[in-house]
Every structure is written in structure tokens, then in C-alpha cells.
Design a protein around this ligand. Structure first.
Ligand code: PLP
Length: 362
């Protein structure tokens, strides 16, 4: 145990991390997690109660995303959820040499999707606000396109694509629309400004929504929700020796801990509690914007959610200098900029400590 703890002590604590979309789990999530340590949802006939809980959590998330009939499961994270969303689209359409159209701003998990699922990935350019350009998406769609993708909370800028327009396009072209709301799914519903991004839009077929990000659940806890059960059938394989006859998940053995911890947080905090958390993160985002502006930095876009980037030609050098001081920030692909994610652990004290060291560098 001493050996383990020595390794663990080398990890950088969240209080010095301004780059991650994960955070310290809520105390109730840790308690719930501990009760479910040995659960395996890969064989739900054994872990019947845990499976029932997963169904309740999916209904809860479905309700949040304006669809009580939503079907899905809790998976390892946004990567798996995105794979499964696109895998369902590919299997349903069953077209040879299929392709999908994604925004240039999409998460790198789509690189893996192209490789694993053997679908061509077509990247549509962005407009001047870093939202996907609808005309570009339309221009890339052809008879082999099985799905288009919109991002509700881009990893780099926290921008929200025009999902309503993508939805219209998906209906017109009779293809699936997968919305990657891995981060934004548990932010947007709790913001004062409303953005259409969920199943309320008829063209949306599937949504990625990760409790292990802003849901403060323990890792791993990702979510994939489909408009209805029929999509899950497109993912099923037979399971000759389990307590169920078929399995639609990507992994076999999978933990129930993410289900329990995510459910515990949402049930404990409720809509109002989540709203408070999001409000605090947005307030702290403003604090960091003010501090950075006072130092002469300009935000790439006015932050929509609790992700913010500042233009900086020396972004890489600054990131490295900060890392030597045990601060973790990140940089983005375009334009050259430094990026902060203001998660619940990035409170005013963390920001104060960070800015004090940041000043020394710049
Ligand atoms: N999609 C988006 C928009 C993300 O921001 C991320 C991760 O940050 C992912 C997908 C991948 O999620 P995970 O790392 O949980 O697989």
C-alpha cells in the first residue's frame, strides 16, 4: 500500500489542473461508488438491481434531454459513446463505403471512429464563430453519408454548433444526427441562456452525455442515449452464455459504479443543485476572463460555457513553464491560444493562486 501511495503522490492534484474536463467527484458519488465496487453490468441478470438503476438513470438523463423514451446505457466515456452513436448509424444504413460529416472542431475520438468502424470521416469547416458551417456540411453529404455530427460544447472552445439547423438537414437528407454533448450535456440544460441541442429537435438521433465530466460522477461514467430502443437493436450481438440473450454495449464486463455515482449526484442535487454548480462555474469563468483581460489577453470567443481560450502566440512555452511549476493548462489547435476549463474544483482560491504564478511567467 505504501508503494501505491508513493506513486499516487506523484499525481498532480486537481487544485492545480485548469485543463481537465473531469473533476473531483461529489462526496455522494464516492459513497455510492464504494457500494457498487464489485458490480458488473456486463451480465445484468446477476446485477439486476444495478441494471434497474441504470434504466432509471437513463430515464432521468432522457428527461433532461427532452425525451422520456430515450434508450441507452452508461459507458466508459465520451469516446465509447461517440463510437456507439456512429456504429448504430452505420449499421442501420448498412451502406458500403459509408462516410460521416463532422465539424472540424470535433473531438479526436472521431479519428478512432474512422479507424475502427471503417467509415470515411469528412470534416466541415467552421464559421468565424467556430461553429460548424452548415453549407459546408451540406456540401460534404452524398449518397454514402450515414450520419452528420454536431457538437454541443466543443472540447477546445466550449462552442455550440447550430444543432437546430443540423437537425433540419438530417431530416431532409434522411440521415442520422449524432450530437456530441459529452461536456455540454450536463451544462447547457442548467444555463440561463438556452440553446436547442437535444431530442426536442426531431432530427437528433443520438446524444453523448458524460456524467464523469460536469456530472461529478466517478470515472468511468459516460453516456450514450438514442431516440428510442430500435437503435440499440442495431448494436446487438448474441451472448450465448450470459443471463441475457443479447448485448448492445461495446465493452463486455463493465462497472456499475458510474451508474450509482451519477445517479447519486443527480438525485441529491436535483435540477436546482446542478444549476447552482453550473452558475458558480460560469461566475468563476468570468473571474478568470477579467484577470486575463487585465493582463492584456483577449478571449478567442466570448465564453458560452465554462471553457475559455485566450489568444497567445507563446501558448506552448507558457504551458511548459507552468507545468514546471506543477500547473496544468492546455493549448488549442487553432488559433494559437491557451485554454482553461473552469470545473467545480477551479474555485476562486485556485484561480487566485494560479493567476499569481501566471503573472510571474508572462
Ligand atoms: N467529446 C467531447 C466533446 C469531449 O470534450 C470529450 C473529452 O473531453 C470526449 C468526447 C471524449 O470523452 P472521454 O475522454 O470521456 O472518452
Amino acid at each position: 500500500m505504501q508503494e501505491l501511495l508513493e506513486y499516487r503522490s506523484k499525481d498532480i492534484p486537481y487544485s492545480r489542473v485548469l485543463s481537465s474536463m473531469c473533476t473531483i467527484p461529489h462526496p455522494i458519488a464516492i459513497e455510492a461508488h464504494n457500494h457498487f465496487i464489485e458490480t458488473n453490468l456486463g451480465d445484468p441478470g446477476i446485477f439486476r438491481g444495478t441494471k434497474e438503476l441504470e434504466c432509471k438513470l437513463i430515464s432521468m438523463l432522457g428527461e433532461l434531454l427532452n425525451n422520456e423514451k430515450a434508450a441507452g446505457y452508461i459507458c466508459s466515456g465520451g469516446t465509447e459513446a461517440n463510437i456507439q452513436g456512429i456504429r448504430a448509424a452505420r449499421n442501420i444504413k448498412a451502406i458500403k463505403n459509408s462516410n460521416i460529416v463532422i465539424p472540424k472542431s470535433a473531438h479526436f475520438s472521431f479519428e478512432k471512429i474512422g479507424d475502427i468502424l471503417c467509415v470515411e470521416i469528412r470534416r466541415a469547416k467552421l464559421d468565424e464563430e467556430y461553429k460548424v458551417d452548415i453549407t459546408a456540411v451540406e456540401g460534404l453529404i452524398d449518397e454514402n453519408t450515414v450520419a452528420i455530427v454536431g457538437i454541443a460544447g466543443t472540447t477546445e472552445l466550449g462552442q455550440i454548433d447550430p444543432i437546430d439547423e443540423l437537425s433540419k438537414l438530417a431530416i431532409e437528407k434522411n440521415i442520422m444526427l449524432h450530437v456530441d454533448a459529452a461536456f455540454g450535456g450536463l451544462v447547457i440544460p442548467f444555463m440561463d441562456n438556452q440553446y436547442p441541442f437535444d431530442f426536442k429537435l426531431d432530427g437528433v438521433s443520438s446524444i453523448t452525455i458524460d456524467p464523469h465530466k460536469m456530472g461529478m460522477a466517478t470515472i468511468p461514467s459516460g453516456g450514450i442515449l438514442f431516440r428510442d430502443k430500435s437503435y440499440l437493436r442495431a448494436l446487438e450481438v448474441e451472448t450465448p452464455y450470459l443471463t441475457v440473450k443479447a448485448q448492445y454495449t461495446l465493452t463486455g464486463t463493465r462497472p456499475g459504479t458510474g451508474v450509482a455515482s451519477a445517479y447519486a449526484v443527480l438525485k441529491t442535487l436535483g435540477f436546482e443543485g446542478m444549476k447552482k454548480i453550473v452558475k458558480t462555474c460560469l461566475k468563476n469563468t468570468k473571474v478568470i476572463v477579467e484577470e486575463m483581460e487585465a493582463l492584456g489577453f483577449e478571449a478567442v470567443i466570448e465564453p458560452i460555457m465554462n471553457v475559455v481560450c485566450f489568444k497567445c502566440e507563446e501558448a506552448e512555452r507558457i504551458k511548459e513553464e507552468l507545468y514546471k511549476m506543477r500547473w496544468v493548462i492546455s493549448t488549442i489547435r487553432e488559433p494559437k491560444a491557451i485554454r482553461f476549463v473552469i470545473m467545480p474544483h477551479v474555485n476562486e482560491e485556485v484561480i487566485k493562486n494560479f493567476i499569481s504564478d501566471f503573472r510571474k511567467i508572462v
